[in-house]
Design a protein around this ligand. Structure first.
Ligand code: PLP
Length: 425
């Protein structure tokens, strides 16, 4: 559920017409709903009420500092995968004891940063990393709180690029090898074992992979405890899907109904790392139609195709190009004009630069606004300056007010940090 709805044929973000925001801020831009973010976060909070738990929002889905502050204010923690994300989480006021840190390639500098900050735990992904964290913690005269990311070899049945829990993936340690890794960790003097971590993938739309993988993890936890290894936290990762098109992913309350019985009596502190399911449908990407171009079908029975050329592209929202992801495209002002098969494409010089393909859209005109739905997660965070395009603005709507929470980049930003060597001057 989200707060982008039509009133009198006009798309609104909460109580603000999207057109009004676009006219004031320009396009392309991201628009987020305060209400939706909060509702999605509270859905998790309510679902796991009664079970000791921490919800650690995965920053890589959306790391706008105002969004993070909004979540922090409501008691949310953070799942970070880089020193930059750790910095942002702390800046937003997320307490370090609610921050977990995953990722296969943490640098020494990042490990030092996290140790100094006093995070809840490192989710370690290899024995090399384990040795490195131990060594660095020793040097800083600290004990590093750690969990091992295990790979439960469960197929989340999602896109291969966002599937992380299969054997062939680079993430985590195969669950069969976990015991020996934990034994090694137990011998390292500067580590304090706190739990087990797993994260099997993203945009998962059924309960079963969550249940199956959690069962394996709980079994491991019991084995570890029988070897005298203290497991207080089970971090079940993120990955719950959202409806982009016709998917019907489970609600957090259905997820909790399925997994809380498994945890019962285990005396575990549960950590959840949702990203997409909190942010995805809390944001849209708004863009303006620049030009229309009609291609007649090459065969007589082939329908004509319309290219709707917009001012937003794959540098702004790469998911369609990268994952062939589906995003619904809606007119900001509805009309009853003839429906045409359309490709919605950006201005980037790449054939892969499209936001939607073969959609039956009502005819649009130059200057019309389009809303690319479900763009709140992995939208802006994956954007780039490709084709030297300044990155889009971000706006947060709350009730009848809207706030620019990141200015559109300017040409100045395109050369920020660049240097010209003397011989080229
Ligand atoms: C990406 C990621 C998440 C968030 O995944 P979503 O599908 O956005 O919920 C959580 N944990 C880890 C370790 C991740 O890499």
């Amino acid at each position: 559920m989200h707060d982008f709805t039509y009133k009198n044929s006009e798309l609104y973000a909460e109580a603000v017409p999207v057109r009004k925001i676009a006219e004031s801020v320009g396009t392309p831009l991201y628009v987020y709903s305060h209400n939706t973010f909060l509702r999605h976060f509270n859905a998790y909070r309510n679902a796991f009420d009664g079970q000791p738990h921490t919800i650690c929002f995965a920053l890589k889905a959306n790391s706008n500092i105002s969004i993070l502050k909004l979540l922090a204010k409501n008691g949310c923690g953070a799942d970070v995968v880089s020193g930059g994300e750790l910095h942002l989480a702390l800046k937003a006021g997320i307490p370090p004891e609610k921050i977990v840190y995953a990722g296969v390639g943490k640098t020494e500098q990042e490990i030092v940063q996290a140790l100094r900050a006093g995070i809840l735990m490192f989710n370690m992904e290899s024995s090399d990393e384990m040795l490195a964290i131990n060594e660095i913690a020793g040097r800083l005269k600290k004990k590093a709180p750690v969990a091992l990311r295990v790979n439960p070899d469960i197929d989340p049945e999602t896109h291969p690029y966002i599937s992380t829990g299969l054997k062939e993936s680079k993430f985590g340690i195969p669950i069969e090898e976990a015991l020996e890794h934990y034994k090694l960790a137990g011998k390292l003097p500067h580590l304090e074992i706190r739990g087990i971590h797993k994260h099997i993938g993203s945009q998962i739309t059924t309960i079963k992979p969550f249940v199956d993988s959690l069962q394996k993890v709980i079994l491991l936890a019991k084995t570890l405890r029988s070897h005298g290894i203290a497991i207080n936290y089970i971090d079940m990762g993120g990955g719950l899907g959202i409806p982009y098109n016709n998917e019907h992913p489970p609600h957090p309350s259905e997820l909790s109904k399925a997994i809380l019985p498994l945890l019962k009596g285990g005396n575990f502190n549960l950590i959840l790392e949702p990203g997409r399911s909190i942010a995805g449908n809390a944001g849209i990407f708004v863009t303006r139609v620049l030009y229309l171009k009609k291609h007649l079908g090459s065969e007589p029975d082939q329908p004509e195709k319309m290219f709707v050329i917009i001012d937003g592209g794959m540098n702004d929202l790469i998911r369609p190009s990268l994952y062939n992801a589906y995003h619904n495209v809606l007119p900001v002002k509805q009309n009853n004009r003839r429906k045409v098969i359309s490709d919605v494409v950006g201005p980037i010089c790449e054939s892969g630069d499209f936001l939607a393909k073969n959609r039956k859209l009502n005819t649009v005109s130059r200057g019309d606004l389009l809303a690319v739905m479900s763009a709140g997660a992995y939208g802006f965070t994956m954007s780039s300056n490709y084709n030297s395009r300044p990155r889009a603005a971000e706006v947060l709507v709350k009730g009848s007010k809207f706030y620019v929470v990141r200015e559109r980049e300017t040409y100045k930003d395109l050369i920020r940090g660049s240097k010209i060597p003397e011989f080229l001057k």
